[in-house]
Design a protein around this ligand. Structure first.
Ligand code: EPZ
Length: 425
């Protein structure tokens, strides 16, 4: 197993390029199942989760040609509509094949994803939406077995009582080939949802209300979508936010290229309130200018887009450990997304948890230690803390990082960090 070894306290400088968004690429890959012709995808991040979903499509019988940041998927002749436990257990986003398989083939089986390190993460909203469109759903042997009416899924009015990115995505994809109009109320508004809607629209579904909480989809009535142009995945706002935090915590001016600035607004706002300023050299780049003296405290409540993303909570917490006053961080989306707290405390942070609120008390310095990554974003928070800590930090179990950050070590090295990837003996 690999680990990262970081000699902290080194200032960073320079420019790096941000890759395509993992969480946008995953539904885009699943949506390729809605077509019977080749679909070309570009700007895919080269990370484990993307390879896992492409492998699942391959197991279903799609032809998948994947090289670097591009893939061509042809789901013209699938042999199976069963998404097996072995893959779904590795990555819960595999549930995104449920809507496309059901709407296109009328029947499918998808393993239940189960919980994960950040919470219970049920899929009840996904299932209720598909049932509202006429699907019969049975859970048996750990699998969701879904069957559409013989005439196909029917458009329906779906009111989500909670905003869910994944449930909105599954419903959109199911609705794209359904008969009639589907109305989704309380839909998620994340940029990843906007990308998926634009893709479905380019393939032949009629969609209105994109980027709002009320989306309507006029399905094709069973006809597969045809994507005439390649789909280019949007920049990763969480990868970009993580590097902005690297600049903030090390008091280093760094520039990120290939970003979509409006997607970064809530992170930029928080870092600004801590005393950082920002320049925008081009429409697609951002430079962070952290203050020379200590950062100010920050109060954060995670929320759905355009609020402050739960996927940036751990990284901002790492930055807040070295602020001049106490910060309060409230996690509203996931019930167990504070696994990084005890590991940050191992590095000398002073964080106290009460329910879903973390009080981050200021410390003068962090000190290098051995720490354990527990989930993707928690891992990146530990790397950030390691960059600022005195001495050597070793971050173990970095397979979590490999799931969602392309070449984190290489990009930080490019910025001048003393960071090595090593193998456990
Ligand atoms: C997506 O997960 C992201 N994953 C997550 O990123 C992200 O943290 C999350 O959205 C919130 O922004 C991908 O896009 C692949 P949700 P998703 O459904 O879709 C509850 C990362 O680090 N809920 O919006 O699974 C749920 O438990 C990952 O890259 C139900 O109750 O999240 C949570 O409390 C981690 N029933 C809330 O809704 C359901 O049926 C939001 O979850 C579905 C969700």
């Amino acid at each position: 197993m690999d680990y990262l070894q970081i000699e902290g306290g080194k200032p960073l400088s320079g420019t790096i390029k941000i890759g395509g968004a993992k969480n946008a690429a995953l539904p885009v890959i699943a949506a390729a199942l809605l077509s019977d012709r080749p679909v070309l995808l570009s700007n895919l991040p080269n990370v484990v989760d993307i390879r896992t979903l492409l492998r699942l499509l391959g197991i279903l019988g799609a032809s998948v040609e994947h090289e670097g940041h591009q893939a061509q998927i042809n789901a013209g002749a699938l042999q199976s509509t069963r998404a097996v436990y072995e893959i779904v257990a590795q990555m819960r986003a595999s549930i995104l094949v449920l809507g496309p398989l059901l709407t296109r083939f009328g029947e499918c089986e998808v393993s239940l994803p189960g919980g994960c390190a950040i919470g219970q993460r049920p899929i009840d909203l996904h299932l209720k939406a598909l049932e509202a469109m006429g699907a019969s759903i049975e859970i048996k042997g750990g699998y969701v077995h879904a069957v559409a009416p013989s005439e196909g899924l029917q458009g329906a009015k779906i009111i989500f009582d909670k905003v869910s990115v994944g449930a909105t995505e599954n419903t959109l994809m199911a609705a794209a080939l359904a008969h009639g109009k589907t109305e989704i109320i309380n839909a998620a508004r994340e940029p990843e949802i906007v990308q998926l809607c634009e893709m479905l629209k380019s393939g032949g579904a009629k969609i209105e209300g994109i980027g709002t909480g009320r989306i309507t989809v006029e399905g094709t009535g069973g006809a597969p979508l045809h994507f005439k142009k390649p789909i280019s995945v949007i920049p990763d706002r969480i990868e970009a936010g993580t590097y902005l935090c690297a600049g903030a915590i090390t008091h280093s001016k760094i520039t990120l290229e290939s970003v979509q600035i409006e997607h970064l607004q809530s992170t930029i706002d928080k870092l600004e309130s801590m005393g950082c300023s920002f320049g925008f050299p081009t429409e697609e780049s951002v430079t962070i200018h952290p203050p020379e003296d200590r950062l100010k405290e920050v109060n954060i409540v995670t929320a759905e887009y355009p609020g402050f993303p739960t996927d940036m909570q751990a990284q901002l917490m790492a930055v807040a450990t070295l602020a001049s006053n106490e910060s309060l961080i409230e996690e509203r989306l996931f019930e167990n997304r504070f696994m990084h707290v005890s590991e940050l405390n191992r590095l000398g942070a002073d964080i106290w948890l009460k329910g879903n609120v973390a009080a981050v008390r200021p410390v003068e310095e962090l000190f290098g230690a051995d720490v354990m990554a527990t989930d993707l974003r928690a891992s990146s928070a530990l790397v950030l803390a390691g960059l600022a800590a005195k001495g050597t930090t070793r971050v173990r179990r970095i397979y979590h990082l490999d799931r969602g950050y392309e070449d984190l070590q290489g990009k930080l090295e490019q910025l001048g960090a003393a960071i090595l990837r090593k193998k456990e003996r």
